[in-house]
Ligand binder design. Structure first.
Ligand SMILES: C[S@@+](CC[C@H](N)C(=O)[O-])C[C@H]1O[C@@H](n2cnc3c(N)ncnc32)[C@H](O)[C@@H]1O
Length: 293
């Protein structure tokens, strides 16, 4: 069989197996696994690379792992987020596509401030692998980022990613958003506080095996019946950290839009809060500006 026919047959068979295993995006994943098996960054099915003799066997091994619902990012070894590829492995929350959109207001604000001759300071709370903050410094040269996460494994991943991205304007540190003295050195001087905190309510157990079996428990559940205990601490930290006019951005669950706006209103520290939607049209994040104290 010719190489192009072999490749199409192998990808079609992998797609069918992944669909049977309940993988939500079987063809996209099958192509990503074929790319990984071949060591090529982008597989153009119309112009396939020369296939090694053991290609089908290599792909079969990778498909077996994905059929068992091991996350695609763990198998290929990296997660794509905006313009970055972050090396990720077990024990660290895998960045989600919806968070790419949540990051946009922070990038826009940083860009605006740099254009004004400033060196904006962005704080990424619950930073995990660091993708939000790293995206801002990567996309907006001249900005500075401090990332905080309570999990040392996640912080180590984000520090390694910062080194790989070659940015000296990044601090990734272990810290707890419940600590009222967190980042006291920059209190009142931060231009953007952005966060994708744990926010799932305790009784909303994730069903996808990739999430339930592989994302760290501490990255998922926000605490309390409404899942908003940790987000409440993030809001309190933002009140302390942001300077007047500073921008607050926080991701939340699709059912939490009104509750999160109310949370911000009750502090009396922010102007009007706006809820924004993700690409599926669901409420996904809030923005608000810090009033002058
Ligand atoms: C939903 S993940 C988000 C990670 C990353 N920001 C992203 O979008 O991919 C939430 C993160 O919050 C961290 N976390 C949980 N409790 C925390 C706390 N009390 N203080 C700081 N970080 C916390 C977890 O370790 C996890 O990395």
């Amino acid at each position: 069989m010719r190489d192009d026919a072999r490749l199409r047959t192998a990808v079609a068979s992998a797609t069918a197996r992944l669909a049977d295993a309940g993988v939500p995006s079987p063809r996209v994943d099958a192509i990503a696994l074929a790319e990984h098996a071949l060591g090529v960054p982008q597989l153009i099915l119309a112009v396939p690379p020369a296939l090694p003799a053991d290609f089908e066997a290599r792909l079969d091994e990778l498909v077996r792992r994905r059929e068992a619902r091991e996350p695609l990012q763990h198998i290929v070894g990296f997660a794509a987020f905006r313009r970055l590829s972050i090396r990720v492995g077990p024990g660290v929350f895998l960045p989600r596509p919806e968070t790419e959109i949540v990051t946009q207001p922070a990038v826009d604000e940083a860009r605006r401030l740099v254009a004004d001759g400033r060196e904006p300071l962005i704080v990424d709370l619950c930073s995990g692998s660091g993708v939000i903050g790293l995206s801002v410094v990567f996309e907006v040269p001249g900005s500075r980022v401090v990332g905080i996460d309570s999990d040392p494994t996640a912080v180590a991943v984000s520090q390694a990613a910062a080194v790989a991205a070659g940015s000296g304007a990044v601090r990734m540190e272990v810290g707890d958003v419940r600590d009222p003295g967190l980042l006291a050195d920059v209190a009142g001087a931060v231009d953007v506080v952005i966060s994708n905190p744990p926010y799932i309510p305790d009784d909303a157990v994730p069903l996808d095996p990739e999430v339930a079996d592989h994302d760290p428990h501490g990255a998922l559940f926000g605490g309390g019946a409404d899942g908003l205990d940790l987000p409440r601490h993030v809001v309190a930290a933002a009140v302390r950290l942001l300077g007047p006019g500073g921008l607050f951005v926080m991701e939340h669950a699709d059912v939490q839009g009104a509750a999160v706006r109310e949370l911000l209103d009750r502090t009396g520290a922010f102007g009007p809060a706006s809820t924004h939607q993700d690409l599926t049209g669901r409420d996904r994040f809030v923005t608000a500006r810090r009033r002058s104290p």
